[in-house]
Design a protein around this ligand. Structure first.
Ligand SMILES: [Mg+2]
Length: 398
């Protein structure tokens, strides 16, 4: 069945919110990010207005470089709480058009509006309504891509920014993609881009015209993945967040403890439970958080983003352990620890679509075997060697 997918992406989001709330910033190069400290500042640009982009400023650029390019810019520290509130307002508008909404970042979401046509019209009409509502109610602009799948909708939303609307009619995907540069393909970073260019490939169309086996021979699994995208093929579903925003497990110790070996072993067990649930729900996580409560009920959380999505103990535990080490204070007893996995994304949608994010083969095989055993014998059937009690003094905090 044909699907209709929208990708809605707010334009220069943080900078646009600041320009809206400070009319004196209108028409000026606004740079939201770290303190530039007269060019000596460390840190980066989070977002900048379109006026600033004309000077060559862009997000993720060192703030010192932005200062060099545009010393006359308006430099603003980010107000994440405010942007979070505005983001919620945007998402509430989008949810009026469909429940099938997958928020992918603070200012971006996919909507599957296939079932909404009877109520709200076809894709393009819904996109226009959404843009109008966001402009009228929030005084902000969004760019929208409309297509049969997520990949094409995402490329489309980015093509005519700001305030863009690009519709790719079913059957015209190839025509749309062919002239675009290969860097538009998901999973093609700068390194692979130059590799492809050395092969004489500049446009998506040139790449799409190679045979599948040729791409696999040259680039392995990654080759298969980008070849699929270049054909305009992407069957990943829009994954509404319903219910699961994160998966977590925590434990309160019967007696507060300073025993580092015990804390680590417990953390491993919790990581294993979280990983098992991620796999059984068919999702993968892009962040790991630990929660940590001291005997006096002071509670801390620390989060780390993962470079690629994870769903195995082997990937989650080392991160959780690193966070634990950064939180723990010598001699302060611990009452509770917890592990949670967040920023979830679907595992489903064609095996070839997730190859780039997959953990090493060994991890996956081990994980599958462990899932199998715990399904048959219950959660406690498998205890990793490191969970076996260690020598009493080992790792104990002094
Ligand atoms: Mg955006």
């Amino acid at each position: 069945m044909n699907r209709t997918i929208l990708h809605v992406d707010m334009d220069a989001f943080y900078a646009a919110v600041e320009q809206r709330d400070h009319p004196e910033f209108k028409g000026k190069p606004v740079i939201v990010g770290s303190d530039p400290k007269g060019g000596k500042g460390r840190g980066i640009v989070a977002t900048c207005s379109y006026e600033a982009r004309k000077f060559g400023v862009h997000s993720a650029q060192p703030i010192s470089q932005a200062w060099k390019l545009c010393p006359q810019g308006v430099y603003v520290r980010p107000d994440m709480e405010k942007y979070g509130r505005v983001s919620n307002q945007v998402m509430r508008i989008l949810l009026e058009f469909t429940d099938m909404l997958e928020q992918v970042s603070i200012d971006e979401a996919f909507l599957d509006v296939t079932g909404s046509a009877a109520l709200f019209g076809f894709g393009e009409e819904i996109a226009r309504k959404i843009k109008r509502r966001i402009l009228e109610e929030l005084k902000l602009t969004a760019s929208v891509g409309v297509a049969q799948n997520k990949f094409i909708a995402k490329v489309a939303s980015d093509l005519k920014k700001p305030d863009g609307l690009v519709v790719v009619e079913p059957g015209r995907e190839k025509e749309f993609l062919d002239p675009l540069p290969i860097g538009r393909l998901w999973g093609v970073g700068p390194k692979m881009e130059s590799q492809l260019k050395r092969m004489g490939l500049e446009s998506i169309g040139q790449l799409a015209n190679l045979s599948h086996s040729d791409m696999v021979a040259r680039l392995g699994k990654n080759g298969a993945h980008i070849w699929q995208l270049a054909q305009g093929f992407d069957d990943r579903p829009v994954l509404p967040e319903e219910g699961i925003k994160s998966i977590s497990h925590e434990i309160t110790f019967e007696q507060d403890t300073c025993d580092f070996a015990l804390l680590e072993a417990t953390l491993l067990e919790l990581s294993e439970k979280v990983a098992h649930r991620l796999r059984s729900q068919g999702v993968r996580a892009r962040s790991v958080t630990i929660k940590f409560r001291e005997a006096d009920f002071s509670t801390y959380t620390r989060r780390i983003s993962t470079p690629s999505s994870v769903n195995t103990t082997e990937a989650i535990y080392p991160l959780a352990r690193k966070l634990l080490r950064s939180l723990i204070r010598d001699g302060v007893p611990v009452r509770l620890i917890g592990v949670s996995a967040g920023n979830l994304e679907a595992e489903t949608g064609g095996r070839q679509m997730i190859l780039l994010d997959q953990p090493p083969q060994k991890d996956r095989k081990l994980a599958a075997a462990l899932d199998d055993i715990s399904q048959r014998f219950g959660d406690h059937a498998v205890i990793r060697a490191t969970l076996v009690p260690q020598k009493a003094n080992k790792g104990r905090l002094q």
